[in-house]
Design a protein around this ligand. Structure first.
Ligand SMILES: *Cc1c(COP(=O)(O)O)cnc(C)c1O
Length: 381
């Protein structure tokens, strides 16, 4: 490399490194689908659902077309709709609240804990009060395992039980993580995840899955996945979607699942290296007791007074990309600002949206690349 040229940027996520590692096995897996031509409902789809059930400990797995569909399908299967309230954190990707609004129900946004970025049980309780005051019927809670770390599922389950609500866990970023030794996929009535390529377990397009121990719910989900089919596909007993996962994506995921545990370990090593290198200059992410993370993002908070845009520009000049998840909380978005928020406001979400920034994170991030990131962060402050 010419010494006057800037160094190659560190990849923010590195789907290419994994592709090179898995090259032949993925080519062969996709080749098998191309040979048998069952592009919808092929044998890989059933095999993947079984493998995911085994991996997570959930009894039933229903694969589907995206993480958003996974959330929406569970709400549809539970007849959530107009007049109902569903409690969700505001500091999340928009799909969490979007799935609720698409059913006609009202998302009620609650605050998060500033240290873990995950749903705050005290704000959740206030949000339920708010919903009732507005004449809405609280039905469900959607905690999010944000940035890969499991939410406080015991605290949320206690509120759900006391209030008679069901829990739909949004593990789109956290699938593979655990809470008190149990993998996500086994908390609440159902868990939704996404296989979007940038998620910790991603495919080569869009995909998702739903996990549940409830056999009757799994049956309804399998019906909703195919236009609400009954006895056969020309018997429609409810509203549904074209919600299937393609066979090619299932074939890709089966290969990736084989190395997922190792990748989770590598992501945790990378997170530990970051925290050792940066813990004394920025606020590094905190793992709560009993929680693990798959580090979908490694998100830091900048000290007061540091200009975030200037900081990002200084890193970029050194070949270190950054991203802001999320510059606006959901209740600050044009499409969602008219929905209710929990009494007491969402000040933690608003503060986080103003000062978080995410650093490169993936399973193929080696120590030298991380040293570059750490040095760039330290010099930019
Ligand atoms: C990505 C994501 C989703 C949606 O998944 P898609 O597969 O993109 O539809 C839902 N919730 C959260 C928290 C996400 O990060």
């Amino acid at each position: 490399m010419n010494q006057h040229m800037p160094p190659e940027p560190v990849p923010f996520i590195d789907i290419g490194a994994q592709r090179r590692r898995l090259g032949k096995s993925i080519d062969e897996a996709v080749g098998r689908v191309l040979a048998h031509c069952q592009f919808v409902n092929g044998p890989e789809v059933t095999a993947l659902e079984q493998a995911l059930a085994q991996f997570s400990g959930a009894r039933h797995v229903v694969s589907c077309a995206s993480g958003t569909d996974a959330l929406l399908m569970v709400l549809m299967a539970e007849n959530v709709g107009r007049g109902d309230a569903v409690l969700c954190p505001s500091f999340t990707f928009c799909a969490t609240g979007e799935a609720v609004a698409l059913t006609g129900a009202t998302p009620v946004f609650v605050d998060v804990d500033e240290a873990t970025f995950n749903m705050d049980a005290a704000s959740l309780k206030r949000g339920i009060v708010t919903a009732r005051k507005l004449g809405l019927k609280p039905r469900a809670i959607i905690p999010v395992d944000l940035f890969g770390q499991s939410a406080d599922h015991d605290a949320i389950a206690a509120v759900a039980e006391a209030e008679g609500l069901f829990v739909l866990d949004d593990a789109a970023q956290g699938f593979g993580a655990s809470y008190n030794g149990r993998r996500l996929g086994t908390f609440g009535r159902a868990t939704a995840t996404s296989f979007f390529p940038a998620k910790p377990l991603g495919c080569y397009g869009d995909g998702g899955a739903i996990f549940t121990d409830d056999a009757a719910l799994a049956e309804r989900l399998r019906s909703i996945r195919v236009h609400g089919q009954g006895a056969d596909k020309y018997d429609n007993v409810r509203l549904g979607l074209t919600g299937r996962l393609d066979t090619v994506q299932a074939a890709v995921l089966l290969e990736k699942l084989k190395i997922f545990d190792g990748e989770i370990a590598a992501r945790n090593e990378a997170a530990e290296r970051y925290s050792r290198g940066l813990g004394n200059v920025v606020t590094v992410p905190l793992l709560a007791a009993g929680c693990t993370s798959v580090w979908a993002q490694y998100t830091i908070r900048l000290p007061k007074g540091v200009d975030r845009d200037g900081f990002a520009a200084a890193l970029k000049a050194k070949g270190v990309p950054t991203a802001i998840y999320y510059p606006k909380s959901m209740h600050q978005q044009t499409a969602y600002r008219d929905f209710p928020v929990a009494e007491g406001g969402l000040s933690a979400s608003e503060r986080l949206s103003a000062d978080v920034i995410s650093l490169p994170m993936h399973a193929y991030l080696d120590a030298p690349a991380q040293e570059r990131v750490i040095a760039a962060v330290r010099s930019a402050l």
